[in-house]
Design a protein around this ligand. Structure first.
Ligand code: BEZ
Ligand code: FE
Length: 286
C-alpha cells in the first residue's frame, strides 16, 4: 500500500470525513449517497468544531438513546426534538414555498388523528362543555379569490385545560375539539369551538430537559389546527394563532407566521362569546 492509499484507507483526524465517504459502495442509490455524504461532512465538521470530551460524547449518546426510548404510539420524542430545534419548520418552509397570496403552512404537530367525525356546517366540536365559546368562520378560495366547493376542513385543537383529547384518554370525550367540515358552493365554512388556550409541549422527557438547559420555555401560543384539502389543490396544513397570546414571539416550535395571526373579537351576533374569521387561500396542485 502506498502512503497516499494509506492516507484515505485509515481514518485520521484530518481525513475522517473523506475516509468514511470513501467507503460508500458504487451501487449506492444516488440520492441516498448525496444525503449521507452531506450528513457525514456536517457531522464531522460539527465534531471538529466542538471537540467534545469523551464524557460529553457519552452524554450525547445517552440523550439520543433516551429520546428513542421515550417514543411509543402516543409520544414521538424525535418529532418534538425536530420541532424545538426549528428543523420541522425549516423542512416545512423548503417544501411549501408559496406564491404570494396563498395561505402559509405550519407544523402538523403530533396530535392530529385520522377519522375525526364529519360534521354539519355550524356544528360545535367542543364536546366537554369547557372554555369560552367561539364561532370560527371564513372561506376557502383559490389564489384568484374564487370560492372552492367541496373543500375538506379538518380541524383540531386543545381543550380549555390545554390538553388534546389523545393526551387525556378517559378524561376528555373521544374526538373532543375535532371535526371535519365540507365547504358548499360558496366556499364558506362555519363551526363552533372555544377560543383556544396556550399550552406547554410534553416536557417530561429528554427534549424538555434540553429546553430547560437552554433556558427556554415549552409553551405554544394559542392556536387552532387545520388541514384543508380540495381536488386540484395542494393540501394546506396550517394553524390560526390568537393575536393576543403572550407566547406569539416565543413559540417553542417556531411555528408562528405573521400571516396566520388572527383577531378574536366579541361575537357580534351574541351566539358565542368570541368570533374569528379567517380565509384559506389554496395553491393549485403541481
Ligand atoms: C401542536 O401544535 O399540536 C404541536 C406542534 C409541535 C409539537 C408539539 C405540539
Ligand atoms: Fe397544537
Amino acid at each position: 500500500m502506498t502512503k497516499a492509499q494509506a492516507m484515505s484507507t485509515y481514518l485520521t483526524e484530518e481525513n475522517s470525513e473523506d475516509t468514511v465517504i470513501g467507503r460508500i459502495g458504487e451501487d449506492c442509490d444516488s440520492r441516498f449517497r448525496q444525503i449521507m455524504e452531506s450528513a457525514v461532512r456536517h457531522l464531522h465538521a460539527f465534531v471538529k468544531d466542538v471537540e467534545p470530551t469523551e464524557a460529553e460524547w457519552a452524554k450525547a449518546i445517552a440523550f439520543l438513546t433516551a429520546t428513542g426510548q421515550k417514543c411509543d404510539q402516543n409520544r414521538q420524542e424525535w418529532v418534538l426534538a425536530s420541532d424545538v430545534l426549528g428543523v420541522s419548520m425549516l423542512v416545512d418552509a423548503i417544501n411549501h414555498r408559496q406564491p404570494t397570496g396563498a395561505t402559509e403552512n405550519t407544523v402538523l404537530g403530533p396530535f392530529h388523528v385520522e377519522g375525526a367525525p364529519h360534521e354539519e356546517m355550524g356544528a360545535n366540536i367542543c364536546r366537554d362543555a369547557k372554555g369560552e365559546s367561539c364561532v370560527v368562520t371564513g372561506r376557502v378560495v383559490d389564489i384568484d379569490g374564487k370560492p372552492i366547493t367541496g373543500a375538506k376542513i379538518d380541524v383540531w385543537s386543545d381543550n380549555a385545560d390545554g390538553f388534546y383529547d389523545v393526551q387525556q384518554p378517559g378524561i376528555q370525550p373521544a374526538m373532543n375539539m375535532r371535526g371535519i367540515f365540507t365547504t358548499g358552493a360558496d366556499g364558506l365554512y362555519r363551526f363552533r369551538t372555544i377560543r383556544p388556550t396556550s399550552y406547554p409541549l410534553p416536557d417530561d422527557g429528554p427534549v424538555g430537559e434540553i429546553l430547560r438547559q437552554l433556558g427556554r420555555h415549552p409553551h405554544r401560543p394559542a392556536h387552532i389546527h387545520f388541514i384543508v384539502s380540495a381536488d386540484g389543490y395542494e393540501t394546506l396544513t396550517t394553524h390560526i394563532f390568537d393575536a393576543e397570546d403572550s407566547y406569539l414571539d416565543s413559540d417553542a416550535v417556531f411555528g408562528v407566521k405573521p400571516s396566520l395571526i388572527a383577531n378574536f373579537v366579541a361575537d357580534p351576533t351574541g351566539s358565542a362569546r368570541w368570533h374569528v374569521d379567517f380565509d384559506f387561500v389554496m395553491k393549485p396542485a403541481t
